[in-house]
Design a protein around this ligand. Structure first.
Ligand SMILES: Nc1ncnc2c1ncn2[C@@H]1O[C@H](COP(=O)(O)OP(=O)(O)O)[C@@H](O)[C@H]1O
Ligand SMILES: [Mg+2]
Length: 390
């Protein structure tokens, strides 16, 4: 496997995550999984004979200074915020650029473009990618307004994890709209992104790679059809994270197997175009809606999708009944992923780092992961085909 490589597994903590009590009290389950995420990456690196170490950005300047001196040859970037502020993802990436240490995932420009959903939508529109008509509103200021039609969905302009997105986010009248805009301002001090609500199937495309070397993984559908009558069919916070809730229990992610070839192609091409429009690299996920008429709308691009989503339970049988897209040849293509973090470094690093990603993904199949709930998908069948170069 060659020389050991020093890899810093970089993550961020909020103040309240630092004590065991607060860990126990963390209700979202998401933070807990982030921890497992870094542990598995650490283990994969160790298995490959590398020298991983954890590095945490805890919001104090000292943790920034320390990163500059950590001596890593590569940073595996799992940060999603700095000092609890998730708009600072881009600053962390920019800082690593200044340090001159290669890191995995999106650069600062991509974080900037994708994080502000209104900005991302403008990029999509420029590239001819269909995205819902929208308006923005913040404390009386309208930065942009299409002539939008009800029903509308009102969401924070720059959040993720469905923060501020619940059943009341879908509005059908001016009164409901104004109340919801005010709610977002008061509750999150956030500009409101007011979008036309697109009825349709919720499809996710995970994409790996960069520039000309990209791979769209099998499309995933979050099936929202079992939500009770009268409830908007949206991936609300409950659907994503509240395990005890009926919304969580009634919604399942699975490979979208019943789509015809043409639709798969349309969705995949749209996702790829969106990925490139906001300059994502290494990995990302595009959220889309597929209307009954077959139109594809991009809802948002995620530069830093939640990797542990791989692990969550999936209802449908695995491998899929029709694993056409997941054949041996596609696994061979997977072996050829050119990870940009690698490409951005040296050829020598390339041969040493590529397997890290494979081991990370494969560790899930060996652990018996059946699939995932909302984020990426990697076929479990690949686990038996790939040879681990450890
Ligand atoms: N314009 C829209 N039409 C229909 N559903 C939407 C629309 N925008 C958001 N949603 C629903 O809300 C969910 C969360 O919205 P999204 O913009 O992806 O926020 P987040 O960044 O928090 O994931 C989507 O996955 C989808 O189910
Ligand atoms: Mg989303």
């Amino acid at each position: 496997m060659g020389d050991k490589l020093k890899v810093a597994v970089l993550y961020d903590v909020w103040g309240e995550e630092e004590t065991p009590e607060s860990e126990a009290a963390a209700e979202s389950g998401r933070k807990r999984k982030e921890k497992e995420d870094r542990e598995e990456i650490f283990d994969a690196l160790t298995k490959l004979g590398h020298e991983p170490s954890y590095y945490v950005l805890d919001g104090r300047p000292q943790s920034l200074y320390g990163l500059g001196k950590c001596g890593a040859g590569l940073i595996f970037n799992l940060t999603e915020s700095y000092a609890g502020d998730d708009t600072k993802e881009m600053n962390v990436a920019a800082y690593m650029d200044l340090l001159g240490v290669p890191y995995t995932g999106a650069g600062p420009h991509a974080h900037f473009l994708a994080q502000d959903k209104a900005t991302a939508k403008k990029m999509f529109a420029f590239h001819g990618i269909r995205t819902p008509y929208f308006a923005t509103s913040y404390r009386g200021r309208t930065e942009h307004a299409h002539n939008v039609n009800f029903p509308l969905i009102v969401k924070p302009q720059s959040e993720d994890g469905s923060i501020g997105i619940d059943a009341e986010a879908v509005v059908n009248s001016v009164k409901e709209l104004m109340e919801r805009v005010e709610y977002l301002q008061n509750e999150f001090d956030s500009p409101a992104l007011i979008e036309e609500y697109i009825e349709g199937r919720e499809i996710y495309a995970a994409i790996l790679g960069s520039y000309e070397h990209t791979e769209v993984l099998p499309l995933v559908e979050l099936d929202l059809s079992k939500l009770p009558e009268g409830t908007p069919r949206i991936a609300s916070r409950d659907v994503k994270f509240e395990k005890g809730s009926s919304a969580y229990k009634l919604t399942k992610s699975q490979i979208a197997e019943d789509l015809d070839e043409q639709t798969v192609q349309k969705l995949s091409e749209t996702a790829l175009a969106a990925y490139q429009a906001v300059k994502l690299r290494d990995y990302g996920r595009i959220d889309m809606r597929l209307t009954p008429a077959g139109d594809v709308y991009v809802i948002e691009a995620n530069p830093n999708p939640w990797l542990p989503g791989f692990r969550a339970n999936m209802s449908s049988p695995w491998p899929p009944k029709n694993p056409g897209a997941l054949t041996r040849s596609s696994s061979k293509r997977l072996l050829k992923w050119q990870w940009s973090a690698i490409g951005r470094t040296t050829k020598r690093l390339e041969t040493r780092i590529a397997p890290i990603f494979q081991v990370y993904f494969l560790s899930h199949s060996f652990a018996g992961w059946q699939s995932f709930r909302s984020d990426f998908c990697l076929p479990a069948s690949l686990g038996t085909e790939l040879c681990l170069p450890v």
